[in-house]
Design a protein around this ligand. Structure first.
Ligand code: ADP
Ligand code: NI
Length: 217
């Protein structure tokens, strides 16, 4: 097995599949996640080949990207077989991308170091300046409000309270983005999340200042 060749070919394959992707899982997202994952692995350890392939492939089973999750899993599995990736590595990669892709935040924690690192890298790309940008892109795409001042978002908001308010970009910070720092798996991931988290808090504070109060008449 020529690992470098497999990585290069997988890179090209993923890039070609995500060329016209606009759901927030474009090729540049994959590139950022893969780079972060490799950098975290330089501190935390882990099998680089597995980490790189899992990071490159992690969004190809998302039903926003492919027709269905099953279809995505089939394509990725066939790809790894065709590249001559040994069965054991195939299974590890498969298990990483299926566990980290589940939505909702109520999943069992991932166990292997490689999975922890790829998940941390994916989460880092959801916070900080990039995370803010992706959130407003997503909200715009869905026709959501930028902010709903009636919603009175608080970090202590219950799930029910949140669900009752209409979805907005600012609301998504409380639903997901501000929680990610505490969910990081590795020390290096947590360290990297800290600065991005503070930046989002600063952004929100400035945002509310500029938003101001009701018109005075
Ligand atoms: P991932 O697959 O990386 O967990 P998602 O598919 O949930 O990401 O979302 C892609 C991007 O869109 C992320 O940056 C995410 O924070 C953002 N996003 C997801 N849901 C919402 C939402 N309801 N409002 C605003 N942004 C969202
Ligand atoms: Ni992703």
């Amino acid at each position: 097995m020529n690992q470098d060749k497999i990585i290069q070919q997988t890179k090209q394959w993923v890039q070609s599949k995500l060329d016209n992707e606009s759901s927030g899982h474009d090729w540049h997202h994959i590139q950022r996640v893969t780079t972060q994952a490799v950098e975290i692995a330089q501190v935390e350890g882990g099998n680089q080949f597995i980490i790189i392939l899992a990071a490159l492939l992690h969004d190809l089973i998302d039903d926003k990207v492919v027709e269905s999750e099953e279809e995505g899993i089939k394509e990725v599995t066939n790809w790894l077989v065709d590249q001559g990736v040994p069965k054991k590595e195939q299974e590890t990669i498969y298990s990483i991308i299926t566990t980290i892709s589940f939505k909702g935040g109520n999943n069992d924690p991932v166990t292997s170091l490689e999975a922890q690192i790829v998940q941390d890298a994916d989460r880092l790309d959801a916070i900080g300046a990039i995370g803010i940008a992706r959130t407003f892109m997503y909200a715009g795409n869905k026709g959501h409000l930028m902010h709903d001042p009636e919603a009175h978002y608080r970090e202590s908001m219950t799930v029910e309270e949140y669900r009752q308010s209409p979805s907005s970009a600012i609301g998504h910070f409380y639903e997901k983005l501000l929680k990610l720092k505490e969910l990081m798996n590795t020390n290096e991931g947590r360290r990297r999340a800290e600065e991005r988290h503070q930046y989002m808090q600063q952004f929100l504070s400035q945002f509310y200042d500029e938003w101001g109060n009701e018109v005075p008449f």
